[in-house]
Design a protein around this ligand. Structure first.
Ligand code: BG6
Length: 301
């Protein structure tokens, strides 16, 4: 994107102090949203929230110091949008993990603001390139709202004439002081599908991170919370449009294998991801829509 296009975005969708667009140092267009309760920065490449900072708090999201910020590569951290598949593609395992939304340039659809609420809506539609790997006509929109919380709403519309199946997730990387010192709450009694051990079980009590973690939970309620004893902070996560949450921490070996992630960074993050995975895929009839929603709120204990 050129500076001229950024100027046009600012003219059409910008608002002094509240909404601004810029090219960041690696050339990605970034939107900054600011209201009296907090601020967020969103890369239009991937429609990826990179930072979220409520007033009175430190950063809520983790962004890897080794993230590559290169075209064709996902940004490591913030809130990647996994869409239209989560994990490996069911039809072709050589396709990029977690779909192409996080490596696509999204268009700005609309913006609105007041002192209390700032919103930005981004859109992605099918192209000949997308059709070659995901043979559907679609319109996806992500609405990002910064107010007393950060809310994301991802709406998928089947714009074609055949039923469309997909999987998806919000993949937030939450910043924690020490992953081994957090408790993920509200998952007590949830069914668990453990992708590391292959075992299925029922969660007893709080979830603690003590090793490589890659699990799908089916919580009884549509919320979870990350209690961070070291930061004296709890992050509430409320979701809609799915019944499952993925909890991921790569731990030591996986971190060392990821070129865009620091060897020790697994200690500073945890992903708690509202997701429609391959265990619960979606099918949309022509014209149908589905919305996945997540609200994040940080509270001091
Ligand atoms: C998680 C998956 O959501 O994302 C893990 O459950 C995966 O299996 C992780 O390793 C990171 O994926 P990626 O493609 O961003 O490295």
């Amino acid at each position: 994107m050129t500076q001229h296009e950024i100027d046009k975005l600012n003219k059409r969708f910008g608002a002094k102090v509240r909404i601004g667009f810029r090219l960041d140092s690696c050339g990605f267009p970034v939107a900054a949203l600011v209201c009296k309760y907090g601020s967020a920065e969103i890369s239009l490449y991937g429609a990826q929230v990179m930072t979220y900072r409520p007033v009175g708090h430190g950063p809520v999201l983790f962004l890897s110091k080794k993230s590559e910020f290169a075209e064709g590569k996902p940004i490591r951290g913030g809130i990647p949008i996994c869409w239209p598949w989560f994990g490996k593609s069911k039809t072709d395992s050589s396709l990029p993990s977690h779909g192409f939304a996080r490596t696509s340039l999204w268009q700005v659809v609309s913006s609105s603001y007041s002192d209390e609420v700032v919103e930005l809506t981004l859109g992605l539609v099918d192209t000949p390139e997308s059709k070659a790997i995901f043979p559907y006509a679609f319109a996806a929109q992500l609405r990002i709202t910064v107010s007393q919380s950060l809310k994301l709403q991802l709406t998928t519309r089947n714009a074609g004439i055949a039923p469309m199946s997909l999987t998806e997730a919000f993949h937030p990387y939450f910043r924690v002081m020490r992953a081994t010192n957090i408790a993920i709450q509200d998952l007590d009694g949830a069914k668990v599908d453990d992708r590391v051990t292959g075992e299925q079980s029922i969660q007893q009590g709080e979830v603690r991170i003590t090793g490589e973690t890659d699990r799908i939970y089916f919580p009884k309620q549509a919320h979870a919370a990350i209690a961070d004893a070291s930061l004296n902070r709890t992050i509430d996560i409320v979701f809609n449009g799915t019944k499952s949450l993925v909890v991921w921490n790569p731990w030591i070996e996986k971190s060392q294998q990821m070129p865009d992630f620091g060897d020790d960074e697994y200690t500073q993050m945890v992903c708690v991801e509202p997701a429609n995975t391959d265990l619960t895929p979606l099918t949309l009839k022509p014209g149908d829509r589905h919305t996945l929603e997540m609200t994040i709120q940080a509270k001091l204990n």
